[in-house]
Design a protein around this ligand. Structure first.
Ligand SMILES: Cc1cc2nc3c(=O)[nH]c(=O)nc-3n(C[C@H](O)[C@H](O)[C@H](O)COP(=O)(O)OP(=O)(O)OC[C@H]3O[C@@H](n4cnc5c(N)ncnc54)[C@H](O)[C@@H]3O)c2cc1C
Length: 382
């Protein structure tokens, strides 16, 4: 099957990029699993925050919010975001971490407010007053409708003639001088441009294509859910983070989703929840709240994949015409996906970032794969 673009991976990165590229030509998305979004995309906490992130990620988040609130028709009428506050809770032994966050918030002019212990507990009454010293409140975080985002991108891509091939792992990848040729079982796909949006498998896919790996690191994070106390109004608490990043929890429709903030090295795989990380999170949460965890409703883990400098990698691979990286989404891949996809499409089309992204201070070199070996930003092949 021939097309203009092959995208490997149907997580949020691959599908959003495929949607943007489908305005430029025929796109084929190859996904090794039965359903798109099976890996990291389907396992997140679904939050968009403008604070405590790098300037690049902040600009991409701002632009993505514009897209998500004024989205194309294929995303339907239902809103893709809803406002939720985020609360950083400081325990008596965490004042130093609190002060560091506070200075960053002042320096970077975040819309973050310092709270007294009483104010913290009034926002989330299950916190024990004697365990709380103070807090920081982010007023402008958003919950993301990940399912709605995935559906919208899929619908938009298909409406423009794009194809998503599930159960189709890219097994071999070859460059014949003009086309990337991908084999999956007995099937062959070719295109002059190939986008590597394989998440935790990004380096594996690169090596298949003869491209040097970037040494990206998939880090496992375990999440679990349990029932909220009876009588708590749905979604009435902010997203609660421990200031020293020891746990977080989020109340959603009578269920609490929680994590130990863990980052455990993992090979690319179908990640599975770790009992130790669940036990650690429960112990830390019970120490500062009146919550009870009688039984778990669900548990899972996802791989957050980081480049060596923990920033996104979006753009061509120096020396490999038509090979584009789209990786390093870490814990911010959902909230930045719309703008990252626009950035990728701009780089493919003209070798430069779209004007609306450049006007936010974004620079292609900061996203480029070449930054790791000092290569200049390569002009696009297509
Ligand atoms: C616990 C947790 C909480 C998170 N919370 C947030 C949050 O609040 N906000 C936020 O913005 N982000 C969050 N994230 C991060 C976010 O989920 C990721 O950044 C994002 O989903 C990454 O998307 P992706 O498309 O790169 O990866 P994936 O969703 O993993 O997609 C990659 C796809 O490539 C496919 N693939 C790999 N190799 C091949 C091959 N050879 N052939 C074909 N297909 C292949 C895989 O099957 C997979 O479907 C969180 C992540 C976790 C784990």
């Amino acid at each position: 099957m021939k097309s203009d673009f092959i995208v490997i991976g149907a997580g949020i990165a691959g599908l959003s990029a495929a949607y943007e590229l489908s305005a430029l030509g025929q796109v084929t998305v190859l996904e090794q699993e039965r359903v798109p979004g099976y890996h990291t995309t389907g396992r997140s906490a679904a939050i968009s925050s403008l604070n405590f992130i790098s300037p690049t990620v902040q600009a991409l988040t701002v632009a993505s919010r514009d897209f998500l609130t004024n989205h194309p028709e294929c995303f339907g009428a239902h809103p893709l975001t809803s406002l939720r506050q985020s609360l950083w809770v400081t325990q008596p032994h965490q004042i130093e971490a609190h002060n560091a966050m506070r200075s960053e918030a002042l320096d970077r002019k975040y819309r973050v407010r310092e709270l007294t212990a009483d104010e913290v507990v009034s926002l989330c009454p299950v916190l024990r007053r004697d365990k709380v010293s103070m807090g920081l409140l982010e007023e402008d975080t958003l919950d993301l409708d990940v399912h709605g985002m995935m559906q919208g991108y899929t619908k938009g891509l298909r409406a423009r003639g794009g194809a998503i091939e599930s159960n189709t792992a890219a097994e071999t990848i070859e460059w014949d001088g003009a086309w990337w040729r991908v084999r999956s079982g007995e099937r062959f796909f070719s295109a002059p441009v190939l986008v590597n949006a394989a998440g935790a498998w990004g380096d594996v896919v690169a090596e298949k294509a003869g491209v040097a790996p970037l040494k990206i690191r998939p880090l496992r994070r375990t999440v679990f859910t349990f029932e909220a106390p009876a009588g708590v109004a749905p979604n009435s608490w902010p997203f609660v983070y421990d200031t020293a990043e020891q746990f977080y929890f989020k109340l959603e429709n009578g269920i609490i989703l929680a994590s130990a903030f863990d980052e455990i090295d993992s090979p690319p795989c179908d990640a599975w929840a770790d009992d130790y990380d669940i036990a650690a999170a429960i112990e830390r949460i019970l120490a500062v709240t009146t919550l009870e965890v009688r039984s778990l409703k669900n548990r899972w883990a996802g791989l957050r994949t980081f480049a060596p400098d923990r920033e996104l990698v979006v753009g061509p691979s120096p020396g490999h015409p038509g090979f584009y990286w789209l990786t390093g989404h870490g814990g911010i891949g959902l909230m930045t996906a719309p703008a990252v996809a626009q950035a990728l499409a701009g780089l493919v089309r003209t070798g430069t970032l779209p004007a609306h992204l450049a006007s936010l201070g974004l620079v292609a070199a900061d996203l480029s794969a070449g930054r790791f070996d000092g290569s200049p930003v390569v002009e696009a092949a297509a």
